[in-house]
Design a protein around this ligand. Structure first.
Ligand code: FMN
Length: 151
């Protein structure tokens, strides 16, 4: 197990559901005693240097027949192609809705890109709509605990 000091949580969310997942992750990590930085992607968000962190949680919703939203794709492009971040331990989360098909496909796409550039994915979770039920919150918290256990 590598020693983790600083954890980055990166999220894009259009209507707020994935942001709620990110907040649950952030709170769990703080409760476990980690130093956490939550970075919300938007048109106004500043660039960050992912290499300054030891571990990255990264999450996005899926829209338009399985697509990963542009702000997330732009973040991955900058982080992987420009900043050449590699060797980072990551856990990927995503919110979606089964009724649309291509359920939470952004989780697979983010995983694909990170792995392609030599980053390690230790856990994934897919969340239906808005995580407000206890069993959903518990699933997200378990995802966090298990991700760090596999670090
Ligand atoms: C136009 C539209 C297309 C969608 N397409 C998908 C999809 O292909 N796969 C999926 O899992 N969810 C799909 N969804 C559901 C959203 O991903 C889901 O509501 C998600 O929780 C929204 O997250 P956000 O609030 O963080 O933006 C779609 C929703 C809309 C409105």
């Amino acid at each position: 197990m590598k020693h983790v000091h600083k954890i980055l949580v990166v999220v894009y969310s259009a209507s707020g559901y994935t942001k709620r997942s990110a907040s649950i992750i952030e709170n769990k990590l703080i409760g476990m005693g980690y130093e956490v930085y939550l970075h919300i992607l938007s048109k106004e968000s500043k660039d960050i240097n992912v290499a300054n962190y030891d571990f990255m949680f990264i999450g996005s919703p899926t829209y338009d027949r399985g697509k990963t939203p542009k702000p997330m794709l732009n973040f991955l492009k900058k982080t992987l192609k420009e900043d050449k971040v590699t060797g980072m331990t990551c856990a990927v989360f995503g919110n979606g809705e089964t009724q649309w098909g291509n359920y939470c496909k952004a989780v697979d796409e983010i995983t694909y890109h990170l792995k392609k550039y030599g980053n390690r994915i230790v856990n994934q979770v897919r969340i239906e709509q808005n995580p407000v039920n206890d069993y959903q919150i518990e699933a997200i918290e378990n995802f966090v605990v298990e991700a760090l256990r596999r670090n």
